[in-house]
Write a protein that binds this ligand. Structure first.
Ligand SMILES: [Ca+2]
Ligand SMILES: [Ca+2]
Ligand SMILES: [Ca+2]
Length: 447
């Protein structure tokens, strides 16, 4: 007999709906940002972002063209040792400058400092712009962006031989960092990195890990792959800037406003370079969705959570470790890009998990067409390794979400979202640590 008082009580938050919305925001809003950058969207005043940007790019190009490339030298190198800055900040609060001094640089005397603001919800009382103000703006168009972005133009062709983009980065808060590379007359490619705060982190991004922004407003790419010889700019941004306005406006959304890091922040960058040569990465393991064998997580999280790679997990393998609190209607959510996953609907997903407290995980797969399929798993506590093979056929369609063909197509899946929803039940707040071991595909047995 279940004691009535101990029975979990589901708080009446439209959790499922909120989750779905949040899980798709990442892509859509990045895409929106990038579409705006491409200039397809005309701004209400001025000559449109495209015009402003091309002016800016022109100015920056004048600088970079004077550089001479040496044999074996990186295709691009910014060590911030001179006053010359090839970088610009776009957005209303973005400030970019060269800084010097102890703790500010990774190598040498100088580094790049990017200051930006994570804005909360738009004020409902904002007055419409006066005609006069609009006229003044028209005369003096300023580079702008829907939020703060760190931007660098490159001359088309300069990165033709690229095998990796590398830089050192230091943030003051745990930061979901988006790196984008845009092709001239082509698509926009991006990747996402979780940068733990407080220490210099070395980042390596290879072209093959970047995916095409593929929402309907995105610029199309003629050949569907990143062509380094066509790259015309590189940009970086804190993904929080994308989510915060909407999430902070949600009442009872389950993501605490304190976790949105509203306000001004600083990112330091040093030794930014693009190296050339043969591809760095050995042939990719097509069964690995994430082997957690890199130095940084290629995930992002929403909610009050610290996450990092843990090489000494209870799973005896390197694992994704998340520390957070369950309870009080709150939850956390982890999102991974899964484009390019080579699977058939007869295959399975192999999961290895451990959790200090029991938890209730929803695994949600989203197709490029926006349809969603989920699977719920109850994971026991006590950090006991828990192994489960989930067939794709066990994933159920999310209610109220349309799919053209009414079935899960693993080849179309663009994101995997994992959420612990135990906190949405009426339990007291408690700390939890969740480990997720290498996530891989298991092909269907041959018949
Ligand atoms: Ca430096
Ligand atoms: Ca291309
Ligand atoms: Ca489908």
């Amino acid at each position: 007999m279940t004691n009535k008082r101990n029975r979990p009580r589901l708080i009446t938050v439209p959790l499922h709906k909120t989750l779905e919305r949040i899980a798709t925001r990442g892509d859509k809003t990045i895409t929106k940002l990038l579409t705006n950058l491409s200039g397809q969207t005309k701004k209400r005043s001025g000559r449109g972002l495209a015009g402003k940007l091309s002016g800016l790019i022109g100015v920056l190009l004048l600088g970079s063209l004077t550089e001479t490339a040496f044999a074996q030298a990186p295709l691009l190198k910014d060590d911030f040792e001179t006053e010359k800055l090839e970088w610009a900040g776009l957005g209303t609060s973005a400030k970019v400058e060269r800084v010097t001094g102890a703790g500010k640089t990774k190598g040498g005397a100088g580094a790049l400092q990017f200051r930006y603001r994570v804005e909360g919800k738009k004020s409902a009382t904002t007055k419409p712009e006066t005609t006069e103000a609009a006229e003044i703006k028209k005369d003096k168009p300023q580079p702008t962006a829907p939020f703060d972005i760190l931007f660098r133009a490159v001359s088309v062709g300069q990165l033709a031989n690229m095998n990796a983009l590398k830089f050192s980065v230091k943030t003051e808060i745990d930061t979901p960092l988006v790196v984008t590379m845009t092709e001239k007359d082509g698509g926009r490619y991006l990747t996402m990195l979780w940068i733990p705060k407080g220490e210099w982190q070395e980042v390596t991004v290879t072209p093959d890990e970047c995916w095409l922004a593929d929402n309907k407003d995105d610029p199309k790419d003629p050949d569907g792959k990143l062509d380094p010889d066509k790259i015309e700019n590189i940009a970086l941004a804190d993904l929080s800037c994308v989510f915060a306005p909407e999430l902070s406006a949600q009442e009872n959304g389950g993501i605490p406003v304190s976790s949105l890091h509203l306000g001004e922040h600083t990112i330091l960058i040093d030794d930014f370079m693009v190296s050339g040569g043969s591809p760095l990465t050995p042939k990719r393991d097509e069964l690995a969705i994430d082997p957690f064998n890199q130095d940084l997580l290629r995930w992002f999280a929403l909610g009050d959570v610290q996450m990092r790679l843990d090489k000494a997990s209870p799973l005896k393998t390197p694992a994704f470790r998340a520390d957070y609190k369950q309870g009080d209607g709150g939850y956390v959510l982890f999102v991974k890009n899964t484009r390019g996953m080579k699977a058939t609907s007869a295959d399975s997903l192999v999961l290895d998990l451990a959790s200090t407290k029991s938890c209730r995980l929803i695994f949600m797969l989203e197709e490029k067409n926006g349809s969603k399929y989920s699977f719920t798993l109850a994971v026991p506590g006590d950090s006991e390794p828990y192994h489960r093979v989930v067939e794709f056929s066990e994933f159920a369609a999310a209610e109220g979400v349309k799919d053209d063909n009414d079935r899960l197509d693993p080849l179309q899946v663009k994101t995997l979202t994992i959420t612990d929803v135990l906190g949405a039940y009426g339990i007291a707040k408690q700390k939890n640590t969740l480990w997720i071991g290498p996530i891989r595909l298991q092909p269907a047995p041959k018949k």
